[in-house]
Design a protein around this ligand. Sequence first.
Ligand code: KIV
Length: 259
Amino acid sequence: MQKITINKILKKKKKTPITCLTAYSKNIAQIADKYCDIILVGDSLGMVLYGMKSTRLVKMDTMILHGKTVKNFTKRSLVVFDMPYKTYTNKFTAYKNAKKVIKETKCDAIKLEGGKKIVKIISYLTKKGIPVMGHIGLLPQISNSYKTKGKNLKQKKQIFEDALAVSKSGVFSIVIECVIESLAKKITQSVSVPTIGIGASKYCDGQILVTDDILGLSDLSPKFVKRYSNLSKVIEKSIKSYVKDVKQRVFPSNKNVYK
Ligand code: KIV
């Protein structure tokens, strides 16, 4: 078992697609660890697990609890911790919070959402030895709508400039979220670090999706998601059968009883 390091991720650019998924729990982390290069403890857990209206409502303590669990049950993949909203408003706050996260969760890196505006913060953290993954394009902590980015000239220019600025700030990779194909391709060809796409085409150096989405556990299914299972249906069927068995006294059977 060879641990995936940041160096290994960097070397994959233009060579091997980087595979990433989110995990918030022990059970998913243990399975994803067998196959994925990167596991992200995403703040999407606020909406996916806790039914919150926005990732802006996710608190640091909640993220730390999930981060610790995921990292504890991961042996191989690189584990990235998504810094919650307002925990990196300036470089000093960001450093204080990032140090706490790394100390308490032992995660391998953190992720910050933002372009040119947060470049000084990213540079400060990376110079202090904190590995950072960038995140540009659609920014759920800032944006109120989940519309594709880069469709008009102004947005195209802004996102491209964000990509160049973030790539020079010391990040080891950049998530590009919900961006049109041609722009994601241009960014990937122009930056030296790997790009990880979510709704950003096959031209990125790697792909990430929310695990609950690929398993068919979430209500929403944007166009960029591919569903590999329909776990909601599987769970519903199992619960229905259990309830029926209990009502008909079929469960517990002799097999389930201590004598
Ligand atoms: O929070 C998250 O899960 C994310 C991914 C969607 C990239 O940021």
